[in-house]
Design a protein around this ligand. Sequence first.
Ligand SMILES: [Zn+2]
Length: 322
Amino acid sequence: MKALLAVAALILIPFHVNAKEEGNPYEERMVLYHNMEALTHVPWYYLAAVDQYERNIQKEPASKDLISITIPPEIWKGAGNPNQTNVVSKEEATLFNGIGKDGNGDGVADRSNDADILYTVANWISEYGSTEQDVKIALWKLYERDLTVQSIMNTAKVYKAYNTIELKDHIFPVPLFHNYSYRNTWGDPRGFGGRRIHEGTDIFANYGVPVRSTSYGVVEMKGWNRYGGWRIGVRDIHNIYHYFAHLNGFEKGVKVGQVVKPGDVIGYVGATGYGPPGTSGKFPPHLHYGMYKDNGYSEFSFDPYPSLKSWERETHKLKNKK
Ligand SMILES: [Zn+2]
């Protein structure tokens, strides 16, 4: 069986070379993911999501090519392996219990080789099975962190839904033809957000103005919070959590776990919060927009104002094109 896989890997390599000539990294990566799915039966979108997650958190991946997944040397080569290079033989990996595998059929497991990395991860996952629950367990064993597993599963869901990894668009949360205004209030000592400093941007608009998802992602949270009022959270494919608060209400049918794209209406501007469920009107209606980045260790709030400005420009251009 192992020999068969290696032969299959060799046959598949030319596809990679062909795609490379076109120079679109999204297409090139897709080819690699599909090749590995064919070899291991692990659906491509899980591999793509692991890769994307690591691309989002890393500055220096082990591979200088297409794949960002970086497996720590001691896990790849095995603890106690005196080999200082990235490249280990099959016998060596077995001897020291490393997980590194040969995915391109050259006889060695190279920690910086795209095919070897992806094959190793696919192999790791396939040992747990191929159902969604199996993949979740495999990922937990690999990362031992709930938010990491959650983010990867979300991204996989988005990739599967759109059948592509080339999902770059963003949109301004409020339709541009409505009256709205916002300014940079990041870090202000007071704000309608319920935190000590203002972790977000307030976009003032009338009651009932639609609130749209700004990114591709999955609805992760929806409900009432004492300060945020009716609020909803979307985790996108870039490890960023988008928080929409003080809503009048939610779009009908929107539920936790749902895949959304830029422009999908998820709720409506309101003035809820600062009291028990249903409290409204303690401040002027506005959308509180917060952004939180996960770097693989912790999640922290950052200023959404520059992103909002740039999405507003993008949305203007889109409108003018039509
Ligand atoms: Zn606010």
